[in-house]
Design a protein around this ligand. Structure first.
Ligand code: ZN
Length: 704
């Protein structure tokens, strides 16, 4: 493991944060160095601190400890990510034998120097009790490989030498702090403390030295493991498993994740089910691990450190084959999920009874699935949660393969896992506001390179959905994506270029979407083109083109989505962007009006056919939506000039003309259409087969 400390860089941190004490700037620097190494810490794991003597508001000097905020990521932490606390009152807690969780939480609140700073790390008291200026703490993989085995304590001593104290696993927070303080007081010359099944603490009065010790000890652990494992391969394969690998295909994996996502969705309130997003890792290492003889060991033996349990659950689910028929697949996955849930429930009941505590059982669903020959599939309530689970899952698999090759791997006990999984202070890391209306759902919008598609995407993103922008025009899609990424987390936005007129490409797009997010819940067929010509002048090829995009395109995407909806078995919404012209056609606009009427009719048929699987199909009939300066309407770009010419108007005059022709004298915007899509997509009413005009009121276009 490389020591990345660079004196020039460390100085630049001091000059970059001039408003903060130099020692804190250095703390930020070495914390980021730790955070940049995924073998040391991942996503909010690990924590660091610095003790600084500084004047308070009255000018009186005071000892302040700055500890990393709970859940903050060391990789990106800045001075504001550290919480300053009055050190002396925290140190006084040493004399207390036991502290309730509520009281510890209270202590960590009342001694902050800034009331608004984030909750400090759950391990704050450990940092406060040790006297050193700088303390570095990680859950380094190599350390955990050494501790998680038979006679792990002796092995750690052998690997790291006499200056390291090993203490048995003990609950984080106050008990751990007391235990580490005790170990330190018995031997004040120690350079590091290793906590079994948990991680390592290093310390010094110098930022660079504390960091260097971390790197040195972890490097020693790595070298020790490599020496013991030697040339032994960490994975082994049977012929059968290798064959499985050869059959790896995107379509099969897409079917599987759709089924898994469906089987894991739960609840049924007004806003529908709680659904998961998926993150797939199928690099050669994960595919190899999933197909290896070690795969079952990896799933059975749980997390590397209890800290990971809130992100990944303890055990991974193993899937050894993917049945070819959808019905068989569904039964197979349903059974596997059911037994996973049963085992989780049993663990929860057994542990809460044994400990005599009352806790609310969390969802009993897996977060990591290892699929033989295909790699790792992670699940999360948000896409970010799924990515975090996948990162931790990948890292855990790599480390445990070495732990297994080393020999005598010893999983962490359910009792320790439960203490951490249901520890109120740890759960705070996951605390968040109520889920937004469409959280967990995936929407695909065709024709998303234009104004209406953009307006719909914006509205659905605001409501919490992940959105796939589709269009045949990649350049326009990229533009829309970049505008939306300024406002929304880009991991909820994807683009998928495809041609709606081609059924196979629609089918393929849904495979890609499954591999990206896990499936689809909201489909918005919106792609449309038009041409202005009387029947006499309308070129038959042009007519075909319009029919292909507007009618066949709608049919193709609905048809391609049906098997996906069936595999998920969680219902869904199709919201078709129809047109005012369906009810009120215009002369010299035959191709558009006829194709839209056809699409409207096929959507009604879909409503009839898909009701039995809980999929609702509704139509929105807008009139004259012009884009704005950021995203124009592709349709109006095409027909606007003709329309202006025939009416003798300029661009603004044309907009005025359409505004004045409706009852409410309103300009219809893409946002209005987006609101209407959201209404249907969020299951507010039991409605299917309906048409909702968004046109300011046009009597001739009243649905009938
Ligand atoms: Zn820790």
């Amino acid at each position: 493991m490389k020591n990345l400390f660079n004196i020039e860089q460390s100085r630049s941190f001091i000059s970059n944060f001039p408003k903060h004490p130099e020692d804190l700037a250095l703390r930020v620097y070495t914390s980021r160095l730790l955070g940049s190494n995924s073998n040391l810490v991942l996503h909010g794991g690990g924590n660091t601190s610095v003790k600084i003597n500084m004047p308070d508001i009255t000018g009186e000097s005071k000892n302040v400890i700055f500890v990393k905020g709970s859940g903050a990521d060391l990789k990106f932490v800045d001075p504001e990510g550290f919480t300053g606390l009055d050190l002396e009152p925290l140190r006084k807690l040493r004399v207390i034998e036991k502290l309730t969780e509520e009281e510890m939480d209270n202590q960590l609140r009342i001694h902050r120097i800034w009331a608004d700073s984030p909750d400090p790390s759950v391990e704050t008291v450990v940092h406060a009790f040790l006297p050193h200026k700088y303390i570095d703490h990680t859950h380094a993989d190599a350390i955990l490989i050494l501790t998680n085995r038979v006679n792990g304590d002796a092995i750690v001593e052998e690997a790291l030498g006499k200056n390291v104290v090993v203490i048995p696993y003990i609950m984080s927070g106050f008990p751990l702090a007391k235990s580490i303080l005790n170990a330190y007081e018995k031997n004040p010359d120690i350079e590091a403390v290793v906590v079994m099944n948990h991680g390592i603490f290093t310390f010094s009065d110098d930022a660079e030295i504390s960091y260097r010790k971390m790197i040195d000890f972890v490097t020693r652990a790595e070298a020790f493991i490599m020496e013991k494992v030697g040339d032994k391969p960490v994975m082994s394969f049977s012929t059968n498993q290798v064959t499985n690998q050869a059959k790896n295909s995107g379509t099969t994996l897409a079917r599987l994740v759709q089924a898994i996502r469906g089987a894991c969705a739960y609840g049924n309130d007004r806003a529908g089910k709680q659904r998961f997003y998926v993150e797939i890792r199928n690099n050669s290492q994960m595919v190899g691990a999933s197909a290896s003889k070690e795969a079952e060991f990896l799933c059975r033996t749980g997390v590397l450190t209890p800290d990971h349990v809130i992100r990944t659950k303890n055990r991974m689910l193993y899937i050894d084959s993917i049945p070819e028929k959808d019905d068989d697949l569904k039964n197979y996955i349903d059974n596997l999920i059911a037994s996973y849930k049963k085992a989780y429930h049993k663990y929860f009941i057994t542990q809460s009874k044994a400990k005599g505590v009352e806790r609310k059982e969390m969802d009993p669903l897996p977060r990591i699935v290892l699929v033989s020959g295909f790699g790792l599939v992670a699940l999360g309530y948000t896409k970010t949660d799924a990515v975090i689970a996948a990162d931790i899952g990948e890292q855990t698999i790599k480390a445990k393969l070495y732990g297994n090759a080393f020999g005598d791997y010893l999983p962490i006990s359910d009792s320790h896992i439960f203490d951490m999984e249901y520890w109120p202070l740890q759960l705070k890391k996951l605390k968040k506001s109520l889920p937004s209306l469409l959280e967990g759902q995936v929407a695909m919008i065709t024709g998303a390179g234009g104004a209406i598609g953009f307006g719909i995407a914006k509205r659905l993103l605001k409501a919490g959905a992940a959105v796939v922008l589709s269009d045949i025009n990649e350049q326009r899609l990229c533009k829309v994506r970049s505008i939306l990424s300024e406002e929304f987390n880009s991991n909820r936005i994807a683009i998928q270029v495809f041609d709606v007129t081609d059924y196979d490409s629609a089918k393929n797009a849904l495979v890609k979407i499954a591999l990206k997010f896990g499936g689809i819940d909201i489909l918005v067929p919106n792609a449309g083109i038009a041409c202005v010509a009387t029947i006499e002048d309308l070129n038959p090829d042009k007519f075909d083109q319009v029919i292909d995009v507007n009618l066949k395109g709608t049919f193709n995407v609905i048809k391609a989505a049906v098997p996906v909806f069936k595999r998920q078995n969680t219902g869904g919404n199709i919201v078709v962007i129809s047109s005012k012209n369906v009810f009120d056609p215009g002369a010299a606009f035959g191709a558009y009006s006829a194709s839209k009427a056809g699409a409207h009719q096929i959507s009604k048929i879909a409503a009839m056919e898909l009701a039995s699987i809980g999929v609702k199909v509704n139509m929105i009939n807008p009139d004259a939506v012009f884009g704005d300066d950021s995203v124009s309407s592709q349709l109006w770009d095409l027909i606007g000039p003709d329309r202006m010419k025939s009416r003798g108007l300029d661009a603004d005059g044309l907009k005025e003309y359409y505004r004045n022709r409706n009852l409410l004298k309103e300009s219809v915007t893409a946002e209005h259409v987006g609101n209407a899509v959201l209404f249907f997509a969020s299951d507010q009413t039991p409605t299917t087969g309906a048409s909702l005009p968004v046109d300011g009121g046009i009597v001739a276009a009243f649905p009938r």
